[in-house]
Design a protein around this ligand. Structure first.
Ligand code: ACO
Length: 176
């Protein structure tokens, strides 16, 4: 177990997955803030290196990420809303993506369901919210049709390039 990489070891690989798949990107310290503040809520899907983990045995030592660390092929970065305007304790999906090579395998659905369960069980979240581009057909189908999210409102020019967002939410009280 001691040689198994921790979530924090994987942050650079999570950031790479994000940059590869989405235009909304974050400083490494923002991932770290999520990991330290709400460690139960974020999850990754990884491809294991052949031969298992050998942390500490590579030339650069235990901190070397080049050789035998797993590659993140999907992640969900999630948090609890710190100052909810409606006064309701709720979770928020900051970012979700899956590498093209690993799509349509159910990874995103699984990551989302794990995060939603943790929000309900660890934080008694009333609901989970997120924003999604109106043009993002794949994500909209995942959220609305597969997971049961509902559109709460349209947020005009939410994204830096001027695109509108659907603000969506899903009630979690039945999971308490
Ligand atoms: N077209 C239509 N429906 C889709 C598609 C698609 N390309 N991809 C997923 N779905 C729907 C389907 O209903 C699917 O069920 P099915 O395969 O049984 O038909 C269901 O979602 C579950 O699909 P998963 O396999 O779990 O989804 P996947 O692992 O492929 O990831 C994701 C979906 C995250 C949207 C992926 O396409 C991706 O990374 N896209 C780029 C990044 C992105 O848009 N992220 C979301 C931004 S919003 C936010 O971060 C809060």
């Amino acid at each position: 177990l001691s040689s198994y990489p921790s979530y924090i070891d994987l942050l650079p690989s999570i950031q790479t997955c994000n940059i590869t798949n989405l235009p909304e990107n974050y400083f490494l310290k923002y991932y770290l803030y999520h990991a330290l503040t709400w460690p139960q809520l974020s999850f990754v899907a990884v491809v294991r290196p052949k031969g298992g983990y050998k942390a500490g045995t590579s030339k650069a030592g235990a901190g070397d990420l080049s050789g035998n660390y797993p590659k993140v092929v999907g992640y969900v970065l999630a948090k609890m809303e710190e100052e909810p305007t409606d006064g309701m304790q709720h979770g928020h999906i900051t970012s979700l993506s899956v590498m093209r090579t690993h799509r349509r395998l159910g990874i995103a659905e699984r990551l989302m369901r794990m995060s939603q369960k943790a929000m309900a069980e660890s934080h008694r979240a009333n609901y989970v919210s997120l924003h999604v581009r109106m043009s993002n057909v794949a994500a909209l189908r995942l959220y609305r049709d597969t997971l049961g999210f509902e559109v709460e409102k349209v947020e005009s020019k939410y994204y830096a390039d001027g695109e509108d967002a659907y603000a969506m939410h899903l009630n979690l009280q039945s999971m308490w």
